[in-house]
Design a protein around this ligand. Structure first.
Ligand code: ZN
Length: 277
């Protein structure tokens, strides 16, 4: 039987500028429109950053709220995931919008070097964000940028700060962080199976690695992440000219791997999320 794959689309990110890729949605209306096209194409989860008028990364809850509202209206049932990522945002601001209760939020469980900076996630900060997500009934997506973060996630489960069925994302191919190598991918999955057997998982390949990693995930029974956030970072690789086109690329090859795009209600069930309001 074909198994459903949750296709996540990371539509904007916090790094790329519109001048580097005109297809990048940065205003709330562009973001809602882009998400809608992805939803129609088969995406069931949207990963969201918002931008200020000057395109700098924003933590403004008002903006997050506006985009969330538009997406809920135009893409009924799609899973909304807020980024708590650090690019250009103070630690204290990174969880400031969580009271808006998105379905999910990203949670990196450790610090790591990025190409030109340190992505800082000290232990007390990680635990604080995890507590806030528990309080608002937001399911974290654990972002594993480097190996230790996987074991840190397992420790959070032991401490009761994460559910027994966490959703884990392996992020592969950021310069200075974990490389996008098949051997690493296989190792991560076998470790995950051992230490967090009921976890669901997805992997994101950055820049030119996006497409390879999409195919590895389909083959290995995981979920997929695509989108201009990952695809246009750090190099000039352009797999497509829009987010929806990237989603379609995955949808088009699902059958080859005996997979099909999950509907939004299937995706919610797989991740143990509440049904859409
Ligand atoms: Zn992101």
């Amino acid at each position: 039987m074909t198994s459903p794959v949750i296709i996540t689309v990371a539509i904007t990110g916090g790094v790329t500028r519109k001048k580097d890729n005109d297809a990048l949605p940065v205003t709330p209306s562009e973001q809602i429109e882009s998400t809608h096209a992805c939803f129609e194409a088969g995406a069931s989860l949207v990963h969201l950053h918002v931008r200020n008028d000057d395109e700098s990364p924003s933590s403004d809850p008002e903006l997050f709220g506006r985009v969330q509202e538009g997406i809920r209206k135009h893409c009924p049932g799609i899973i909304i995931q807020f980024s708590t990522g650090g690019r250009g945002r103070e630690q204290s601001a990174r969880g400031a919008m969580l009271y808006l209760r998105p379905d999910m939020a990203s949670l990196a469980t450790g610090s790591v070097n990025f190409p030109t900076n340190i992505y800082e996630n000290p232990p007390d900060f990680v635990e604080g964000l995890a507590r806030t997500m528990l309080e608002y009934e937001i399911k974290p997506e654990i972002e594993v940028f480097d190996l230790a973060m996987l074991y840190n996630a397992a420790n959070l489960v032991k401490k009761g700060l994460l559910s027994e069925q966490p959703h884990i994302q392996f992020v592969m191919g950021i310069p200075n962080a974990m490389p996008a190598r098949r051997s690493v991918f296989d190792f991560l999955r076998s470790e995950l199976k051992e230490i967090l057997p009921s976890a669901t998982w997805v992997a994101a390949g950055i820049a030119r690695h996006q497409w390879d990693v999409n195919q590895w995930c389909l083959e290995a029974g995981g979920h997929c992440r695509t989108g201009l956030e990952d695809n246009t970072r750090f190099d000039k690789t352009r797999l497509a000219t829009s987010n929806a086109e990237l989603v379609v690329r995955i949808v088009d090859i699902c059958e080859q791997y005996d997979r099909r795009p999950a509907t939004v209600s299937e995706a919610r069930k797989i991740l143990g999320l509440r049904a859409a309001a």
